[in-house]
Write a protein that binds this ligand. Sequence first.
Ligand code: SF4
Length: 441
Amino acid sequence: MKKVYLETYGCQMNVSDSERVSSVLKSDGYEITESEEEAEIVLINTCSVREKAEQKLYTRVGQIRKESGNDKKVGVLGCVAQLEGETLFSQNRGIDFIVGTKAVGRISSAIDASFKGEKDFIDLGERENEYDWSVDKDYRHSKYIAFVPIIEGCNKFCTYCIVPFSRGREISLAPAQIIRQVLTLRREGVREVHLIGQNVNSYRPKSTEGLEDFHGATPFSRLLRAVAATGIERIKFNTSFPRDFHPDIVDAINENENLCNWVHLPVQSGSNSVLRAMRRGHTIESYFERIDKIRESPRRIALTTDIIVGFPGEAIEDFEDTKAAVQYCEYDSAYIFRYSPRPGTPAFERADDVSFEEKTRRFLELESLQKINQQNALESYLGRKVKVLVEKNSTRNIDELSGHSTCHKVVNFKGSSEMLGKIVEVKISEAKSFTLYGEIC
Ligand code: SF4
């Protein structure tokens, strides 16, 4: 039995792909190992969102070759594999084979070909019609939480983003397939599912068969209601695209206790001219309408976002608009990034005209503004009870357990390991940086 060591970088889609790669390899007779040293095959599932992704990959391959010579086969998967294709072979002789984002179901054939002596094997082909989206329970990232992809790819072509090129066009999975998967996960003891995709609320399956009994304005809100009806205890979804975020999604959350009270809605900028240059397809006013709808919910929905500062052409007035948006939305948390150009994107052609120092200044200013929002949001839970899925022992304290609330806050509290996997009610007594602390009621 050949041993495979798999390392994964990037978003939850990559984590989810890796879970299925491990599942396929197991059913094809490979063993997945935690030890790089004892593996005969090392797979690197790459992400191209961060800067200098190829360079980091080459450094990593160099390390593997330095430590193990030519003893191991090294395969590259994921977005860098898809975008760079065979140029990776010419740039780095340590890579044995390449498998693109849609070809991961054929990973065993790539490994086989490489062991049979085929040089520079590459598969950037399409996904098989009968691709199996399920994951062997031994390879889920958590015993109690499962990722369920509902849509892959992206049609939006925001000017700074490489995803539509690395992940292809939007393809929605059939509703019946998703519901079947959730029911199976529930039977296997999973308490929480995350419906995932680059833009989940752009969900548009070829047929809505399986959704017709569920009211809802869009296929996505109908899907939410259908998944809620499976009886799985908690449902979260990520990521939402503002233009396609229909108010009915909030109604679905209001109607169904098991749809969690958390929405991640990336704003990216508060300036309409920057949003236009990013080709986001929403204005800040239309974004605020969605925020108002979320804030009107009786369920107190937590709100998180992504923001880019220093996009080409971002004037100081534009940045002021972003600060105003952060003040208006009072996000529970925000991922703030300094813009950096990605080769192959339309924005790469524009002058990167905000200096690194100025980007850093804007980043720090926005971060300190957001920290106040974040602390206020956390403190608003003091004295309140929240439902927490107990996921693991806390890394900080052996007597503490840790999990996420329905509003996606990390909550730590005293308790014993028998509680792992249970949903408990915790009364919040302390709020510090990113974490809530409390006691089981
Ligand atoms: S919506 Fe925009 S930012 Fe999100 S994946 Fe698509 S192109 Fe990238």
